[in-house]
Structure formats: C-alpha cells, structure tokens
Design a protein. Structure first.
Length: 99
C-alpha cells in the first residue's frame, strides 16, 4: 500500500511540475477526479469560474486555461439536459457527442 501511495505522490509531483502547480493542488484534483472528494466538495473545474472567457484561449492572458475534465457517465444525461435548457429555444436541441 505504501509503495502505491508513493508512486501516486511521485506522479502528482511530476504533473504539478509540468503544469506549474503545487503537488497539493494536483493531489486535490486527483482525489476529486477519482470521486473521493465527497458530495460536498466543490468540483475542481470551478477553479475557472469567473474568468474572462474572451481571454481564456490566449496563452499570455492571466485568464488562460485549457484544462479538460471528463464527465462521468452518470452525469452526462444531466449535462445534456442543461445544454438544451440553456439554449432558450425549444425548437433547437443539441446532442452531446463527447464529454
């Protein structure tokens, strides 16, 4: 068990170095990704909430982000419903292809 824990910590440290984050930030992201963050945990993708989306794709911008978060199968139906309801036009329907 200790060896597995040590290997996970090493990979989190390596990823943190590549992404210029602390290994604790990467550890938190990993815990939430594997579903161990608990029901009251704020999803990690909310880190980008409030950023200027017009600047999000510009690498030099402080609001830049290109993080990807896989959507668990159990949440895809809710995401599909959110997409369609956010459209505001009942005549238009979107189909979630990949999440």
């Amino acid at each position: 068990v200790f060896i597995v824990f040590a290997v996970i910590c090493y990979f989190l440290w390596e990823i943190a170095q590549q992404r210029k984050r602390t290994w604790l930030q990467e550890g938190r992201r990993f815990i939430e990704y594997v579903g161990l963050g608990g029901r009251t945990a704020i999803p990690v993708y909310w880190e980008n909430a409030g950023k200027d989306l017009t600047q999000a794709s510009k690498r030099g911008s402080p609001d830049f982000f290109d993080d990807l978060y896989p959507v668990p199968m159990r949440d895809r139906e809710a995401l599909q419903q959110l997409i369609n309801e956010a459209c505001g036009d009942d005549a238009k329907q979107f189909r979630l292809l990949r999440a």
